[in-house]
Design a binder for this molecule. Sequence first.
Ligand SMILES: Nc1ncnc2c1ncn2[C@@H]1O[C@H](COP(=O)(O)OP(=O)(O)OP(=O)(O)O)[C@@H](O)[C@H]1O
Ligand SMILES: [Mg+2]
Length: 77
Amino acid sequence: MLTVAVLQQKGGSGKTTLAINLAAAAHLGGGRALVVDMDRQASAFDWSAARQDGSPLDGLAVVKADKAISSLLSRRG
Ligand SMILES: Nc1ncnc2c1ncn2[C@@H]1O[C@H](COP(=O)(O)OP(=O)(O)OP(=O)(O)O)[C@@H](O)[C@H]1O
Ligand SMILES: [Mg+2]
C-alpha cells in the first residue's frame, strides 16, 4: 500500500486539488484509493459529497478525519 501525504502551510497552494487528483488517477487506473481529509475545512470531503451518481469516480472513498483516525495515523508513523 502506498500512502501519500499532501502537506503545505500556505493556504490555497493546491493541496486539496493535488490530493484529489492523485486519488482519482489511482482509482481510474484500476487501483483502490482512499482519501483521508485531515483538514477541518474538509473541502475534499465536500467535493466528493457533491459527486453525482454515475461518475467515473464512484467507489473512490473520501472520509473526513476525526480525532480517532488522526491519532491512529500519527501512531502508525
Ligand atoms: N496546478 C494548479 N494550477 C492552477 N490552479 C490550481 C492548481 N492547483 C490548484 N489550483 C487552484 O488553486 C485554488 C486553490 O486550490 P486548493 O483548494 O486545492 O488549495 P488548498 O491548498 O487545498 O487550499 P486551502 O489551504 O484553502 O485548503 C483552487 O481554485 C484550485 O482550482
Ligand atoms: Mg484544501
